[in-house]
Ligand binder design. Structure first.
Ligand code: HEM
Length: 87
């Protein structure tokens, strides 16, 4: 993922717009919209977009060309939303 963004000089405004469009796309394809799923999803999007912007503006020769993708989890304790019985 690092090499795709090198020298693209992404701006904060572009990063925010990218996130907005991705959220619209998530709604358009009916990605689950429960709080737990979306917060886990947006945690990855926030992490990934800040890395993309950082790598797009980094100096040549700064750091490794690629790094392993961290294991992504639910973040919120308790995992996916389970409606209470009778709710
Ligand atoms: C979670 C965050 C992101 C991921 C996982 C991601 C992933 C990728 C991947 C896989 C590619 C290569 C696509 C290909 O070769 O077909 C790519 C290219 C690119 N990305 Fe990202 N990206 C992220 C965030 C961003 C953001 C925030 C921007 C701009 C604001 C951006 C702008 C671009 C551009 C301009 C290219 C090159 C497209 C081209 O060569 O035609 N990316 N990205």
């Amino acid at each position: 993922m690092i090499t795709h963004h090198l020298n693209r000089h992404l701006t904060e405004e572009q990063r925010r717009r990218w996130i907005d469009l991705l959220q619209d796309a998530a709604d358009a394809v009916d990605l689950p919209d429960d709080p737990e799923f979306r917060s886990a999803f947006m945690a990855y999007v926030e992490w990934g977009t800040r890395l993309a912007k950082f790598n797009s503006n980094r100096k040549p020769g700064y750091g490794p060309a690629e790094e392993p993708m961290p294991q992504w989890g639910w973040g919120v304790p308790g995992g996916p939303y389970q409606p209470q019985s009778g709710s």
